[in-house]
Ligand binder design. Structure first.
Ligand SMILES: Cc1cc2nc3c(=O)[nH]c(=O)nc-3n(C[C@H](O)[C@H](O)[C@H](O)COP(=O)(O)OP(=O)(O)OC[C@H]3O[C@@H](n4cnc5c(N)ncnc54)[C@H](O)[C@@H]3O)c2cc1C
Length: 425
């Protein structure tokens, strides 16, 4: 079977693939984007029903288009986010082919570029951009065996409380997903236990500005990538119910029982680390530091933003914090299900090139991989904190498009023409 020739093949049409297409088109670089499902599929079908964006509509978007169906300060629903990227792809005329899965990418031998096998034929691509997302494979730590009499699901499979059997629920993980899911289940009338690890919890709004604004002006979206092996601390934020600061004490006041990091399960009993107090205290310290930095920014720039001293008042410690539960007999506590909001890993099994370390992690710098001609986009911390978010991926895509342009210009370089142009001959 003959292969279709393509200059740049982009794999995945989430926000990363759409951004990549825009920047390639701007530079006149021929390309196609292959998407196995639909544009922005993960926003449509791999997230819970009530999810709204964590950032307001004015922030969580690309520069070239505003949300039209929602106020700038509101939080778009997951469907509105997906619709936004479909509209964006249409606006820029992105050459996206949906329903085509990339099965393998291999380096050509004795010829430039890559041989690509897909569910719809073969391609020969000079460059490949892997834009398949930061969150591909759900990770559930091996703590509770499948034989335990409990329903276990990952946050990416959670849709709504109606999915869960009657009874109390343990939610493991207190990043943005875990806290939002725990609050929703608790509101549905269940007893919820929330296992809280290390986290940052920026104020949703301070002195009249959203945290997205503060992270922007304080340069924190642009914070550079931590060294390999440095501990990643999840950010707990929420746009649910119009947006509010994640406050673990308030969750406890509403009836959620907080516990430390989930450690081990034996004979029906779950054990939790003795770290709840430390995790909450570190989260508070980060929160208060951000208020200090925001105040200093206001003063330094002479801004007229209303003071908000009440933002510094912390609620009283709940019982689960003063007297933490270290062991829980799940059956006795009535727990019948566990939602693991414990994050994701990447899966590049289709990308069979020399661009990974022994653990399968991409070897790349700002998206430029160790395999010449292969690029990544949308990785967590690819170039900065914002890289895996809507705001950041657009800027990373611009950089990757520049790198492809530079490589193409070397290939079209003609030594003799260059000498003539410079007047040397
Ligand atoms: C619960 C949750 C909430 C989030 N909320 C926000 C938010 O509010 N604001 C924000 O900025 N960020 C948010 N993020 C982070 C980030 O914006 C999203 O994860 C986003 O989906 C990443 O976009 P992406 O294009 O990089 O990857 P994805 O959206 O994962 O898109 C990758 C695409 O590649 C396709 N694909 C994969 N493999 C192949 C293959 N072999 N062949 C063809 N196609 C393939 C997939 O079908 C998918 O459509 C959130 C993440 C999660 C998990």
């Amino acid at each position: 079977m003959s292969s279709q020739e393509v200059e740049v093949l982009v794999v995945g049409a989430g926000q990363a693939g759409v951004a990549m297409s825009e920047h390639l088109s701007e530079r006149g670089i021929p390309h196609i984007v292959l998407e196995r499902h639909r544009i922005a599929e993960r926003w449509r079908s791999m997230r819970w029903d009530s999810l709204v964006a964590n950032g307001p509509a004015w922030h969580d978007r690309f520069p070239g288009l505003e949300f039209t169906d929602i106020e700038a300060g509101s939080f778009p629903s997951k469907e509105q986010v997906a619709d936004y990227f479909v509209a964006y792809a249409e606006k820029i005329g992105a050459p996206i082919r949906c329903g085509v899965e990339v099965k393998s990418v291999r380096r050509n031998i004795g010829a430039p570029g890559f041989h690509v096998e897909t569910s719809d034929g073969e391609y020969n691509a000079r460059y490949v951009v892997a834009a398949t997302g930061p969150f591909q494979r759900p990770v559930i730590p091996a703590v509770v065996p499948e034989t335990a009499q409990l329903m276990q699901m990952h946050s990416s499979s959670y849709r709504n409380p109606g999915q869960l059997p009657q009874g109390a629920v343990l939610v493991v993980g207190a990043g943005s997903s875990g806290v939002q899911i725990a609050a929703e289940i608790q509101r549905s009338g269940r007893q919820v236990y929330l296992s809280v690890g290390p986290h940052d919890r920026p104020p949703r709004n301070y002195r009249g500005r959203d945290f997205c604004w503060w992270l922007g002006v304080l340069g924190k979206w642009d914070a550079s990538t931590p060294a390999l092996g440095a501990e990643h601390v999840t950010i707990a934020v929420s746009g649910a119910d119009g947006g509010h600061t994640v406050d673990f004490r308030a969750l406890a006041e509403n009836g959620i029982k907080l516990v430390g990091r989930t450690m081990e399960f034996q004979d029906g009993t779950m054990r939790f680390a003795d770290d709840l107090g430390t995790n909450i205290a570190n989260g508070d310290a980060h929160y208060l530091e951000l208020l200090d930095e925001a105040d200093a920014y206001v003063e330094r720039n002479g801004l007229d933003l209303p003071e908000e001293p009440e933002a510094r008042l912390l609620r009283p410690d709940p019982e689960s914090l003063t007297n933490p539960i270290r062991e829980l007999d799940l059956a006795a506590a009535g727990i019948t299900s566990i939602v693991w909001a414990t994050g994701f890993a990447v899966d590049y099994s289709w990308l069979q090139v020399d661009a990974f370390d022994a653990k399968g992690r991409p070897l790349q710098q700002r998206g430029v991989s160790t395999e010449p001609g292969v690029y990544f986009l949308g990785l967590p911390w690819q170039s900065r904190r914002g890289s895996s978010f809507i705001w950041g991926v657009w800027h990373d895509a611009k950089y990757v498009a520049d790198q492809i342009t530079i490589q193409r210009s070397y290939l079209t370089h003609n030594e003799q023409d260059a000498l003539v142009a410079s007047g040397a001959v």
